[in-house]
Design a protein around this ligand. Structure first.
Ligand SMILES: [Cu+2]
Length: 149
């Protein structure tokens, strides 16, 4: 086989690999991003999502930012003697091959001081920053969970 032909076949194989991959092989895949609708005037809302680390190395979620909110903290809900309280966490570890869920009653994004009242069906962009130096802009859908459950 000539070198030119071999190079051409290699290029074709590479193209096929790209075309077949439905999601990135590496990095963090984020799904089910939503914000719980709150009454007008609410000073803080909660955001939820699922993060799956598809890479081979540990990574952590460090920060979240959005133009729609004054400030965003990473919160964990704790259950002490039947009471619930929230604490801010410095970062959220994402072990390789695992899915970490931000869900009601557990981890959540605490979204302080929304610039407007957010209604069911609206979308908000939030940027997530990870320990590997990457940042991702993510679309969160506002949901009225009272209607859906
Ligand atoms: Cu909270």
């Amino acid at each position: 086989m000539s070198a030119a032909l071999r190079a051409a076949l290699t290029a074709v194989a590479a193209l096929q690999l790209v075309a077949c991959a439905p999601v990135p092989e590496d990095g963090v895949v984020i799904e089910e991003a939503w914000i719980r609708e709150a009454p007008p005037g609410a000073r803080a809302l909660a955001g939820y999502m699922q993060l799956r680390n598809q890479g081979g190395d540990p990574v952590a979620l460090l920060f979240a930012n959005s133009d729609t909110f004054d400030r965003i903290e990473l919160h964990q809900t704790l259950h002490d003697d039947g009471r619930m309280r929230m604490v801010e966490v410095d970062h959220v570890p994402l072990p390789p091959g695992q899915t970490v869920a931000f869900a009601p009653g557990g981890l959540h994004l605490m979204l302080f001081a929304p610039s407007e009242t957010l209604r069911d069906g609206e979308e908000v962009m939030i940027e997530l920053t990870f320990s590997d130096g990457t940042a991702r802009d993510l679309r969160f859908e506002v949901r009225d969970v009272r209607e859906r459950r």
